[in-house]
Ligand binder design. Structure first.
Ligand code: PBG
Length: 327
């Protein structure tokens, strides 16, 4: 055969395959989402998310230690409160679950980088991400609650806040509030491009945060749309966001790609609970090879353009990166 070009030359051995990898990733870009709840001595497995737990504050440090040992030093905290009401007041209580968890985590592990999810749905009696007016979420009235929540997290020691509510104008409201209280240097990672997705199902079970009526389609985005995601990203950049998130990840690689090409901020992608649950369920049935699928999902997300990966598989991925399987 007279063939000059043979792509297989660069695939013959593991060493050369690694040399020509086009996608490089690093443990420093991993964020692990973690659930903390009221109570004592609780480490309760989430039924639809095998291997993921709800921790009471006294048990949380053991998991934080395991994460640090694996080389994951960024955690995103979700709170599961005891008390819910109309306006989600435990979201911004000084002694709320997230606020106490942050103080405890910071005291034990000052080297941890702590990010908090800022939203109302875990805290409201109706399960929506904001204040209601009749049967609708009142956008502008919610902004003050979100700002108060973000401020209370930062006052407790959070390094970064991540608003996930999808109200219009919340980045400006939170930025202004943090600046007024002299937290000018605390970054905001905006869940800017967040779709109304069935992939959040297991999370809502884990956090007990499903809406008691209706759905979230009046604030989260329609999955038919991509340009709208670019619009959301640009709006949040104008309002002062520091990092733009796309969520979910797996079904939205095209969106991640387009956002990463259009903006100059770091792009985070959130591989959500339903993605995790699918992998776990299929692996348990022996239908897929769990480890290889985890590697492929993560790499495709970075390849699409993500700089930061938020994933329940953070510990596993850190190990695979150490081993050189990916990265
Ligand atoms: C809170 C929030 C949700 C998730 C992150 N923040 C749930 C939702 O919007 O219904 C989902 C994360 C996951 O599924 O892993 N609004």
């Amino acid at each position: 055969m007279d063939m000059l070009k043979r792509p297989r030359r660069l695939r013959r051995k593991e060493s050369i395959r690694k040399m020509v990898r086009e996608t490089r990733m690093d443990k420093s870009s991993l964020i692990y989402p973690m659930f903390v709840q009221e109570g004592k001595n609780i480490e309760e497995e989430i039924p639809s998310m095998e291997g993921q737990y709800r921790y009471s504050i006294d048990r949380m440090p053991f998991e934080l230690e395991r994460l640090l040992k694996a080389g994951v030093d960024k955690v995103m905290i979700f709170g599961i409160p005891d008390h819910k009401d109309e306006c989600g007041s435990s979201a911004f209580a000084e002694d709320g679950i997230v606020q106490r968890a942050i103080r405890e985590a910071k005291e034990k592990f000052p080297q941890l980088y702590l990010i908090t999810d800022v939203c109302m749905c875990e805290y409201t009696s109706h399960g929506h991400c904001g204040m209601l007016k009749g049967h609708e979420v009142d956008n502008d009235a919610t902004l003050e609650l979100l700002s108060k929540t973000a401020l209370s997290h930062v006052e407790a020691g959070a390094d970064m806040v991540a608003p996930s509510d999808m109200m219009d104008g919340r980045i400006r409201a939170i930025r202004t509030c943090l600046d007024e209280h002299n937290f000018k240097d605390t970054p905001i990672m905006s869940y800017a491009v967040k779709y109304a997705s069935a992939f959040y199902g297991p999370f809502r079970e884990a956090a007990n945060s499903a809406p008691s009526f209706g759905d979230r389609k009046s604030y989260q985005m329609d999955f038919h749309n991509k340009k709208e995601g670019i619009k959301e990203a640009f709006l949040d950049i104008e309002e002062g966001a520091d990092i733009i998130m796309v969520k979910p990840a797996l079904s939205y690689l095209d969106v991640i790609n387009e956002v990463s090409q259009k903006i100059t901020l770091p792009v985070a992608a959130y591989s959500v609970s339903g993605e995790y649950a699918m992998v776990k369920a299929a692996a348990k049935l022996g239908y897929i090879d769990e480890e290889r699928v985890i590697c492929e999902m993560a790499t495709s997300t970075y390849r699409a353009g993500a700089d930061i990966y938020i994933t329940y598989f953070a510990k596993e991925l850190a190990k695979f990166m150490d081993e050189g399987r990916i990265g």
